[in-house]
Design a protein around this ligand. Structure first.
Ligand code: G3I
Length: 455
């Protein structure tokens, strides 16, 4: 290359010039190395850049109607490297009349994002909500066909432009049933979810295919377990699922819980990516925002975090002021906490899967004795058996090591502490031997009996 810039005064080949070139090259090399060496402390100054340094993205929901707001787009373009259309890819937006597809608003967001190097999450192909009237009134095989056609058409239209699709959204009931949501889609047959995933894979083979839901953050909740079991089943049968989205709309009724990291890592251990897809937190407490980001960074397969809007005034829950920027577009304390968490995060390694080698523990005892022994072991979990002596009515406290999680118990009545890691098992008339299954989640440390008390 022999072009010269204005102000360039050749010749520049004397010793001082050569020294300057060498020093400049060394400085550039040092800066470049610092930027790409894992574990170095080169702090980014925006959410997207800092997340990228950790191999993650930091995204936001975007509304097409706000792209003409300069304050909004200034923050969007500066801070985020991933975008999710908030409403524009939903069924009512993309197929308002059956067979007539409308992509204008979605394309506006996709083009805005991709022309600036941001990736796009597609939200959402199949959902019981925000269906257009023609779909709401359908049922049976006609609805099944219409749903699959919708998935195929939309995923095909955006093929190659969307890195991850929320193929199916919110298909499980809240509460303790662990059941599928009773929607018109569910009534087409229990296999509707896997049918949607197969159609999406065929239409856009390069995209990651996610299941997305809310109130799936607490590992001990029935809904979380139900989704987990579905994903495990899908993986075992080869249904094409690549990722699970945790919406993470936290508020006083549905708060962040300390076992959130366990939830993320437990799903990841099934062989799927996990993503925080719609984060907002009532009141935007900095510490909670920080915890969520730290939890994601601690899980190797947590790809990134998306907040559900930019400024509080953009939020679907604006009165809760749950986002990172106030309504004027100024950074809140939560923003600083998230940025700090992204910059301090470590590069995670996959958890070891070494089996336990030490002999069974004989736990401490109170007025009774409880002895824990290993039982059956599988690739992802193991059983333990506890034998109690010295009392027929007993209470035994057992602790597992996070991210382990007890998934099943027998011959006792369990309760849990708020972390979900400490189980208090009480006799229930089934004898003096109880058992439980522990999901290893990559950690094979033997559970520990903390106490045994007669009652
Ligand atoms: O755009 C129209 C406007 O023209 C009209 O005057 C106004 C009157 O109601 O409605 C406007 O549309 C609203 C739209 O948001 C855009 O603001 C819809 O009524 C309203 O229902 C819609 O709410 C969206 C909601 O999903 C619908 O279920 C929220 O913006 C959106 O943030 C929210 O996102 C969902 C995720 O998709 C799934 N997870 C939960 C999350 C929060 O509910």
């Amino acid at each position: 290359m022999t072009e010269r810039c204005q102000g360039d005064t050749r010749p520049r080949t004397g010793p001082r010039a050569r020294t300057a070139i060498v020093l400049a090259a060394a400085a550039l090399l040092a800066a470049t190395s610092a930027a790409f060496l894992p574990g170095t402390a080169s702090a980014g100054t925006t959410l997207g850049a800092s997340a990228a340094e950790k191999g993650r993205y930091f995204g936001t929901a975007v509304a097409a109607s706000r792209l003409s707001d300069g304050n909004y787009t200034t923050i969007l373009n500066r801070e985020f490297n991933s975008v999710t259309p908030e409403n524009e890819m939903k069924i009512d937006a993309t197929e308002p009349q059956q067979g007539r597809f409308s992509y204008g608003a979605a394309e506006q967001i996709v083009n805005h994002a991709r022309s600036r190097g941001m990736s796009v999450r597609g939200h959402t192909l199949a959902w019981h909500s925000q269906q257009p009237p023609w779909m709401e009134s359908m049922s049976g095989s006609a609805l099944r066909s219409a749903m699959l056609n919708h998935v195929t058409q939309v995923a095909t239209h955006f093929r190659g432009q969307v890195v991850a699709w929320d193929v199916v959204n919110e298909a499980f009931e809240d509460g303790t049933s662990g059941a599928r949501r009773n929607s018109n889609l569910q009534r087409t047959g229990n296999d509707w979810i896997e049918a949607a995933f197969r159609a999406a894979r065929a239409a856009d083979p390069g995209a990651k295919l996610c299941y997305n839901d809310y109130n799936t953050d607490n590992w001990t909740h029935a809904k979380t377990q139900a989704v987990y079991n579905m994903v495990r089943d899908f993986k075992s049968r080869g249904v094409p699922i690549d990722c699970v989205g945790f919406q993470s709309h936290f508020n006083n009724d549905s708060p962040y819980v300390s076992n959130y990291r366990t939830t993320l890592s437990s799903f990841a251990a099934l062989g799927v990516d996990v993503q925080v897809t719609e984060l907002d937190i009532q009141g935007a407490p900095a510490a909670t925002y920080r915890s969520v980001v730290e939890d994601c960074l601690a899980v190797a397969r947590c790809n990134g975090v998306t907040v559900w809007g930019i400024r509080d005034s953009d939020s679907w829950r604006a009165s809760q002021t749950p986002l990172l920027f106030n309504s004027s577009g100024q950074k809140k304390a939560a923003y600083d906490a998230v940025l700090a968490a992204l910059n301090n995060g470590t590069t995670p390694t996959d958890p070891p899967t070494t089996p336990p080698t030490t002999p069974p523990t004989t736990p401490p005892s109170g007025s009774c004795t409880a002895t824990l022994q290993d039982s059956t072991r599988w690739g992802d979990r193991f059983n333990s058996q506890v034998t109690v002596s010295g009392a027929s009515n007993w209470t035994v406290v057992v602790a597992v090591t996070p991210p382990q999680k007890v998934s099943n118990t027998w011959n006792g009545s369990p309760t849990w502490d708020s972390s979900g890691n400490v189980m208090t098992m009480r006799s229930n008339g089934s004898g003096n031997v109880f058992g439980f299954t522990t999901m290893a989640n990559g950690t094979w440390t033997r559970p520990v009996v903390r106490s045994c008390t007669a009652s």
